[in-house]
Ligand binder design. Sequence first.
Ligand code: CA
Length: 252
Amino acid sequence: MSMTSSVSQRDGSRISDGVSSLPKPLVLVVEDEAALATMLRYNLEKQGFRVEEAADGQEALTRIAETQPDLVLLDWMLPVMSGIEVCRQIRRRSATRDLPVIMVTARTEDQDAVRALNTGADDYITKPFNMEALLARMRALLRRSNAVPVKGQLVFHDIAMDLAAHRVTRNDRRIHLGPTEFRLLEFFMQHPRRVFSREELLDAVWGPDIHVEPRTVDVHIRRLRKSINGEGELDVVRTVRTAGYALDTEPL
Ligand code: CA
């Protein structure tokens, strides 16, 4: 019997009040070659990732909005919409601006690599590629975006969450949070720098079946801020006018 009460997330990860199982990072594989997509899924799942697939550029954008992946492996040559255009769109939208993207290209010319990076891809890899090399790049990117918890720890800037011990610290100072603020912070720390609307936060933190006023989110954000921002410390909760909130160290 489970000792913890938990709330199922839309993305399949779980937020719980007690011992938390680590969410596996979700990778969206955008690839029109079915054999390559299957090979990638097999290898990534073996390495502890969750995998979603899209076979063309338009589907990629839809799946990103639906599943909120932690990283996108994006093929360059795609039907309907090219990988370059998909990447542009990802960067244009505030919710996905900081989503890690690795371009996968059959092209070998340096100019194309430069073009991929100019479009906003974080990294690129040329086909045929070595799986180990790809995994190393993916892990490096995920570490940078703080999406991978290390041994039950979530870290963002100077804030650390120990999910198993249910402990939050900032600059090694212990921080006490109410259960809702704890879940809010946990959700934010799983998706740093991403902007979430009040409705999205209600869905993710309170659950889709719970009907509360969107204004309730503001109340808990205020409490969270008061608890985690100490004297002279940076406010890490960013308010994005009309859009919502994000965990971020950058000013507007
Ligand atoms: Ca292709």
